[in-house]
Design a protein around this ligand. Structure first.
Ligand SMILES: [Zn+2]
Length: 160
């Protein structure tokens, strides 16, 4: 799936001042809910961006450590979309754990982080370049486009 069925530019067309001023408040909140549910899934945001930039990629390749989210084989690059809660993003609001069942969550998330580290080391050792994007950064549109373009335009390393 490369996002072909999704309409692009929904953000720009729905957040422009003119459009917002002419729709009613109820319509607007319905619209925003629709956009949120459909378009801000962090992985979809990044996929659509890459698609727009003309990069071809594969998803969740099972033959690579950790089944990385987005793989660009020709560039030997990988983009990981990390959910803040499950991957234990440090100092992140989305990663705050439920107050109950701490004995359950703490070891689970700690072991996820350990596994992430092992997978990352294995990918790097195998000559992949890896960009990690966190869910909270994508949701806040934290220079995602600039960072992705910068990452993709870096020289592809020679495999050892
Ligand atoms: Zn986060």
């Amino acid at each position: 799936m490369r996002g072909g069925a999704l309409q692009r530019n929904e953000f720009s067309s729905t957040t422009s001042g003119n459009t917002m001023d002419t729709v009613s408040k109820a319509k607007r909140s319905a619209l925003m809910a629709r956009i949120r549910s459909k378009d801000t899934t962090p992985e979809l945001v990044v996929r659509r961006l890459l698609h727009k930039l003309g990069y071809r990629f594969r998803l969740h390749r099972k033959d690579l450590p950790g089944r990385p989210d987005i793989v660009l084989p020709r560039h030997r690059k990988i983009i990981l979309i990390q959910g803040c809660f499950w991957h234990g993003h440090a100092n992140c609001q989305l990663a705050s754990k439920p107050k109950s069942n701490i004995d359950y969550w703490n070891p689970k998330i700690a072991s996820n982080r350990e596994r992430d580290k092992r997978n990352l080391s294995a990918l790097l050792a195998d000559g992949w370049q890896v960009l990690e994007l966190w869910e909270c950064e994508i949701r806040a549109f934290c220079n995602i486009e600039e960072r992705t373009i910068f990452f993709m335009e870096q020289n592809t390393p020679v495999k050892n």
